[in-house]
Design a protein around this ligand. Structure first.
Ligand SMILES: [Zn+2]
Length: 127
């Protein structure tokens, strides 16, 4: 994920988040094998896939960090499982970097002096 110094862009990893159940028991609704994807700012659920909002609240702060390039020695690069915040629940989320996607600063910032057409308004493919 080499940066081009002449570009205003940056790379983010796409993520896949898979539900697993440690020890075979979950308190919240965690169904092993369910998943969703993260592409840029979007959480993308295939039909029928669900996630507990309480568990999602614990997972959300990790996702933007996992999207960014990190040192291979940083724990965030190696540790992939996030536990459900209920201490009695075996629900876990395995976060996997799948692909990478390029974004333009001008198409993603809210800064008035830097802003251009938002990336999601440029093409239906990215919406
Ligand atoms: Zn849980």
């Amino acid at each position: 994920m080499q940066e081009d110094p002449t570009s205003d862009g940056f790379w983010l990893y796409d993520l896949r988040v898979d539900t697993i159940v440690a020890g075979g028991s979950a308190v919240c609704r965690h169904v092993e094998g369910e998943s969703f994807r993260v592409e840029g700012e979007l959480l993308i659920f295939d039909e029928g896939q669900k996630v507990s909002m309480y568990a999602l609240a614990a997972l959300l702060p990790i996702l933007p960090v996992k999207q960014r390039a990190t040192s291979p020695n940083d724990w965030i690069s190696t540790d992939a499982e996030i536990a459900c915040p209920d201490p009695n629940c075996g629900g876990r989320f395995r976060v996997t970097r799948t692909d990478k996607r390029w974004f333009s600063h001008a198409e993603t910032t809210g800064l008035p002096d830097s802003r251009k057409t938002p990336y999601w308004q440029k093409s239906e493919d990215q919406a």
